[in-house]
Design a protein around this ligand. Sequence first.
Ligand code: FMN
Length: 257
Amino acid sequence: MNDSITRTLAVAFTICLVCSLVVSYTAVGLRDLQNENKLNDERKKILQSANMYDSGSSIASQFEKLEMRYVDFSSGKIIDSYKDFNIETYNQIATTRNPLLSSKVPTSEDIAIIKNRENVGKFYIARNENGELDKIILPIRGYGLWGTLFGYISIENDFNTVAGLEFYSHKETPGLGAEVDNPKWKSLWPGKKIYKENEVKLTVMKGQVPSDAADINYKVDGLSGATLTSRGVSNMITYWFGDSGYSKLLSELNYES
Ligand SMILES: Cc1cc2nc3c(=O)[nH]c(=O)nc-3n(C[C@H](O)[C@H](O)[C@H](O)COP(=O)(O)O)c2cc1C
């Protein structure tokens, strides 16, 4: 009787049911932890982009020291409230799918291939012990070879010198485009200048920047074997520091300080 078909099916069904319950329960139970880890990873990158990350203390406590601010991209003005949404829970990437809260980037201007730009952007200000603005940390994104790279770039308080660059999400190939995460390549960014005579001049070159290159402060070595990812990074710098990105905000901040 023990090997009847009904019994075999019942045992198989019970095992399947138990396994699926365990998998579903674990997946649901771990979801919050996964989201928390993802958020912490992004926060760590935000801190790292400004050279402020200290592995010895909690990310949350370090992150709290940053001032979260919002910019209305059309005017470059910092805003503290917005009529159309709760600014505290604002997710600017999700917002790009909402036509009421984002604007389509005309194809001719969409060099970073972001398609829609949110009307309001979130950014961070780091202050020194005297309360003076020390660095500003700006989210940037743009298409590489396989998908969109999402990152943060931090700028010194002259509003023109790069303090650091970090990506927290991308789909580029390990060993090629994913070398955007290589500490050696990231170390080439601090000190580079963005604007020259009000134009975005900072670019990622193809290959190495010759030591005697003109405007060397505006040039970063390309990633070898990853010209398309390098071009993507270059394009996102051009887009986000241009007119529909942060240029108005940086002028406002420069004017105020
Ligand atoms: C499997 C595979 C993965 C690749 N991944 C990347 C990548 O992540 N980023 C990139 O720019 N090029 C990548 N490439 C290379 C591009 O197809 C292209 O050849 C390269 O960007 C040209 O760069 P180069 O002029 O520096 O060789 C990949 C190629 C292959 C075959």
